[in-house]
Unconditional design. Structure first.
Ligand SMILES: Nc1ncnc2c1ncn2[C@@H]1O[C@H](COP(=O)(O)OP(=O)(O)O)[C@@H](O)[C@H]1O
Ligand SMILES: [Mg+2]
Length: 183
């Protein structure tokens, strides 16, 4: 869990997929990108918080990279290991929005993200993707979606679960369950 949130029974919306290789993880991330783009088209000023949870090497950065590129970003998506946060300006349906990709693994203090001035990133239209939210020890704004990545038996296998943690998150998770996968 993210340290400060437990899914409520009324919010129960989960989407779980077994990915046998990175290409399948990429396809799931692009599927989420389509649901996010759709949702942001309906509510242009909205902000979504997404946690990415799993061990080192589980594929959190890889998932974030495919998600951001799935929303049309053509450049490199680097791991924010040293910068803590990388911003990406995105466009969809003639709207501009921002993705902030965080990796809090190296924080020395749970409030370092606030001292670095990152609190304002949680209000801008778009979304935050946060690796290692547990390092902030419950001081982050509430999450809408939790993404759990777990390694499988084979080297490239991953199990990836999307859990809704808010009504907003539920709309997106329900949308992804109903959305046909583009191949
Ligand atoms: N099915 C898969 N999904 C995601 N990553 C995979 C998969 N199979 C192999 N990988 C590899 O696992 C590594 C995951 O690293 P990374 O995304 O940096 O992990 P994390 O951010 O969780 O520490 C990458 O080298 C990626 O290419
Ligand atoms: Mg990472």
């Amino acid at each position: 869990m993210t340290g400060n949130q437990t899914p409520q029974a009324s919010l129960k919306a989960t989407f779980k997929q077994y990915c046998r290789q990175e290409a399948e993880t990429a396809s799931l991330a692009k599927h989420l990108a389509a649901s996010l783009a759709h949702w942001m088209g309906l509510t242009p000023e909205a902000h979504i918080n997404i946690s990415l949870e799993g061990d080192l090497g589980a594929g959190k950065t890889t998932f974030a990279r495919h998600l951001i590129q799935g929303l049309g970003y053509g450049g490199k998506v680097k791991s924010p290991t040293y910068t803590l946060c990388e911003p990406y300006e995105l466009q969809s349906n003639q709207q501009t929005f921002t993705a902030h990709h965080f990796d809090l693994y190296r924080m020395r203090d749970p409030l370092e993200w606030q001292e670095a001035g990152f609190a304002e990133h949680f209000d801008v239209p778009g979304f935050c993707l946060i690796e290692w939210p547990e390092k902030a020890e419950g001081t982050l704004p509430a999450f809408d979606i939790q993404i759990l990545l777990t390694a499988g038996l084979q080297e490239n296998e991953r199990s990836i679960e999307l859990n809704a943690l808010s009504e907003k998150g539920k709309k997106i998770v329900v949308d992804i369950k109903q959305r046909p996968i583009d191949t």
